[in-house]
Design a protein around this ligand. Sequence first.
Ligand code: ADP
Ligand code: MG
Length: 274
Amino acid sequence: MKNNSVETGAHVFCIANQKGGVGKTTTAINLAAALAVLRKKVLLIDLDPQGNATMGSGVDKNAASISLYEVLLGESTITDARVRSETGGYDVLPANRELSGAEIDLVQMGDREARLKQAIDAVRMEYDFILIDCPPTLSLLTLNGLASATGVIIPMQCEYFALEGLSDLVNTVKRVYHNINPDLQLIGLLRVMFDPRVTLQQQVSAQIESHFGDKVFKTVIPRNVRLAEAPSHGMPGLVYDKNSRGAKAYQEFGNELVRRMKREGLKQSARARA
Ligand code: ADP
Ligand code: MG
């Protein structure tokens, strides 16, 4: 009975795409905030040494005395390292530049893909959702994310090369599923920074739908300047201007995700009974 948060703890979702600047961090922060509005208990793990998810949640990455780096190295725990995002209403496991060294340190350690999962296991029951903001690489850090996750959410822009880059990620997800993490599922693709006036975007959007069917979330996130402004104020766009189109879309995405998880949970318990 996988993915049933009542019995196995939080849904653990990686927000991943190996391209940079496609909206991963914006999605991670705003989804965390949207789930918090729904009174879900959320932990946002910043797996990117750039620390954008940390800063965008109003947490000073340079002031964080303990970060994900120490947790991955086994020198600390998530319980000791997590910080509250006062603006977002969720917990953050902060990251900063130190984390870029983890890649090298981890290579020499045992269980190097499983370090994050071991840390998460200790807090899994405390949350409804654990979101992992992945770096724009298919590195050992991302592998730690995928090895910990029950699902992957892929934000993507509807641009010409979007589908091409996607196959590498989908193949990596499949490999992780077969080799290290049988709980891993593709939860869905989220179209972000969408501009309906651009014909090419409409075409690619339709292509994505025909390719991935019901794996594509119904909610589409528009390009909206309020979402881009929010991080410099240290808060999710959803909080910064809750009436903006971007904020409303991310709230709707949170609602859709929760509905989808509920449906999946029902399907799984029906299957378990059968
Ligand atoms: P990634 O984490 O994949 O590198 P980001 O979430 O940091 O991507 O987004 C890249 C840039 O695009 C950032 O400057 C962000 O503020 C901006 N951005 C993201 N989503 C939107 C959106 N829906 N509308 C406008 N700007 C956006
Ligand atoms: Mg990012």
